[in-house]
Structures are given as structure tokens and as C-alpha cells.
Design a protein around this ligand. Sequence first.
Ligand SMILES: [Zn+2]
Ligand SMILES: [Zn+2]
Ligand SMILES: [Zn+2]
Length: 493
Amino acid sequence: MAYAMDNSRDILDDLIYDGIYRDDGIAVFKGSKTTGEVANWLSAFQDRVNNLAGSEFLEFTAEVWGNNKNDGRKHRAVDATNKDYFPFLDMEMYWSTEGNLQFKVHLKENQILKYLNRGSTHTEACFAAIPTGVMKRLASLTTRTNTSELMRMDELYPMHAKALQAANLAPNIFPTLGEILDNQQTDLTTNDEKGKKNNQDTRTVRFCLGMSKGWNNPIHATLKELRNKHGLTWLRISMSYHKFSNLREIFQGDLNRKLMDGIVSRDFMDRPCNCNRASKIDGKCAYNGECRKMCVVYKATCRVCDESYIGQTQQKLKDRMGQHLNDVKKLITKGIKSDSFASHFANHCKKETKPTSDELRRMMKVKIIWQGNAISCMKSFGKLNCSLCMRERIEILRTIRQEEWKIINNCNEIYGACRHKTRFHRFLKEHTNVKNTSTDEGNKPEKVYKYDDRDGLSDSDDSQESSPRPARVSDVIPPPGALDVCTPILVCV
Ligand SMILES: [Zn+2]
Ligand SMILES: [Zn+2]
Ligand SMILES: [Zn+2]
């Protein structure tokens, strides 16, 4: 869409304002336009977009605000609305009696508002933050006028107030719009001072725990008690909570696991070596036939001094090594610095004579030390917990701990951000003999546990695990009538 907009500026030029959000756009014309005039304009824009896209798949319709804009004729793509407000995304605009354009938050018909319920497992701070957050957002999106600033938030936004009340999070008396906006102003100035103070007051010991209401005392109180009891005055605790997965997430995870069973990425699959004679060493692949594996952590050991470099790549191993070799050559001939790999191997070469790729390949022994599943790896790319970056860090730290002198890497790889790019990839179902595609009865047996009074919770019978037929819930559920004499069962999915 942005491309289409960029290439139709001449058509958009007689607009005072135009903006687009995904597939919804807003345009403000100079002067007043009738539906017929807008229809002409839209068809010119539509032609341009069809031309750019090379197809007619993108189709635009428009709504003109104001019933007086209707020219009485019927237009295929243009309509006039006679409401006294005009909605765009989740905002609505309307004219005040003085003729000023004003804004407030818009709720679509049949839109249902829901907030966290007080009964759920969250910290007090979390519950306190919801109503304040909701009010602040609503207030900052509402035009402040002499009348609106005196109105309470439940009068301005009755639906939001109702939803907060249903979640048991509503304050006794809702503040007025003016009060919230005034407080926000003072908050901004005091926040600056608070930030400075917090920086001086550093808390260095962090505890990260699953949030649970199962403790008798809150966990931070227990930690403080232990600190005082044992005189650990230096311990300044900072708490952070994570949540446990709920039943919906567990079911979803299980379903995903079954759906993705046996599915591999067609574009990141392992492929056999296709090295040409020039890039082989004595007729053998320089990377042990693993040259086209992707999403790997590799270790390149220098044959001269036995030091090693640990690196990671989402590309094919030999493509990445090719870049490394080029870096070495560039450093020697042009003096362009890149990473610790290049400087190490350049040091072993003669100055100012460009080494051949073959010479460089003979200087090192490359081994894959970890390979990730392309589909799950890709999901973590670009995030803090990128599995490929993380695995590289682990391997570097492990080597540093064991034999520090042996590592070529400097610390960039440990502190740097993830630079992996996600890409579209096609899925391929590995060939299996099982024709049934139902997620309930895949080729792997369901996880079934049987509760036994003597042994407690135990795995289902071995005979079921090893039977070629998938174990079903019905195998362990007793027939009707036998229930009163049978031991209770628990089925875990
Ligand atoms: Zn090869
Ligand atoms: Zn070396
Ligand atoms: Zn990464």
C-alpha cells in the first residue's frame, strides 16, 4: 500500500491531508466535494493502483462524511454517511457546536470489552495498573473542552466503565477528564526526578519466579525475612514475576506439536554436498559433507595454533565460510577490518600477498557443533531469546571456561543483538505410513496416565506404549457400569 501511495502522489496532491493504516485510509479534500466528485477521484486512484499492481485484486471503496455531500446519484464504490460523527479505526471525530473538530474513542457495534478478572492470578500492581492505564489512554484520546473536562469517565465512556465494573476493577468514583489530564501533566515532570533517584538506588540481586497465590506469605516478604535473619545486609532484592502457562496454552501447545509432527522446512532442509573440485581439499568436501546444512553453530579450529572460532549462521555453512574467507582477503589486501576471525587468520598469512581460498581452507578445520530445527529457530529470530544466538553464546562461554586461551572470538558475539532475518519458508510433510491426519490419532500414542491407589500417578501400561495401534482414551476408560468398582483415572493431554 505504501508503494502504491508513493507512486500516486500526483493524484493525492490536491488533498489537505492523507494517511493510511494498513488497508484503511483517510483523505481530507480542499473545499467541499460531492459523492460524484469523490467517485471520479477514486476511479483515477483505482486505475493507478491496478496499473502498479498489475491486477485488479485491490479494490477501494469510500465513505464521504455528511449527507449534504450526496449528489443523488448511485455510485458503485462511494457512499455518503449522515451520522453526526465519522469513525476511523478506533477513533471517531465530530463537530462541536462552535464548529471545531473533536475526537473521542470509537467502539464498533458488537465490540465486547473485557479486562483481567480480579480472581485471576496476577500481582496487585497488575490489577492497580489496569484501571489507571485504561483511563489515561481514553483521556489522552479525547478532546478537552469546557464541558468535557467536567464530565466523569463513566459518563464519557459508559461501556468501558461497565467492563471495568464487571472485572471488579472499577474505582468507587470515576475521575473527570480534566483531573486525569492534569495529573498526567504533573506525572511527566515527577517521573524524571523519580528516574534519577531509581538509578542511584541499584538493586543487583534479581529473583524471577512464577506468579502463584499458593504461598502463605508473599515471596518477597519471605526473602526479606531470610535476609534479615542471616544478616545479609548487602542483599537488595528486585522481584520479577513470570506467569505459568494456563490450560489453553497447554492445549494449544499440544495441538501445535501434533500438527507439526514430521513437518520440515523445505527451504532450510539439509542437502548433500555439491562442492566443485576447486573448492574440495584433496578431493574431499572441506566441511565433511555438511557444507549445505543451515541454522548451525560451527567451530573453526586453526591448524597453525589450535585456537578456535565459534560462529553461527542461518545460511548454508559454506556460504558463511565463504564470507569469512573474503573478510580475510579484504583485510590483507585493502586493510578493511571486520571481525576476530579475519584478523586471526590474516595474521598467519604473508603480508600483502593475497592468499587463495584453497590456502585459507587448508588452514582451518570446520565442524558443526549444533544444528537447530529451522522452523522453531526461525520463530525466535530477532528476539532477545533467539535460539541460534543463544546457543552460540553458550558454546563460546563453555570454551572460555574450559580453555580460555583457545578462543579466537572477542566478546561482541556475547553482547551483540540478534541480526537474524526471518524468511518465508515452505513446509514439507515427511513421508510417513500413517494416512490418518486427525490430530487425535496421529502415529504417536496419546499421553495417557492412569491413577493407581497403590502407586499414585503412573505411566500407562507398557503394552499400550508399544502397541502399534495408537492408545485412545477409550482404552483406559472403563465401560459404563464398571465405574463404581474401578479406580479413578486422570487423562493428561
Ligand atoms: Zn561440500
Ligand atoms: Zn591460528
Ligand atoms: Zn539470532
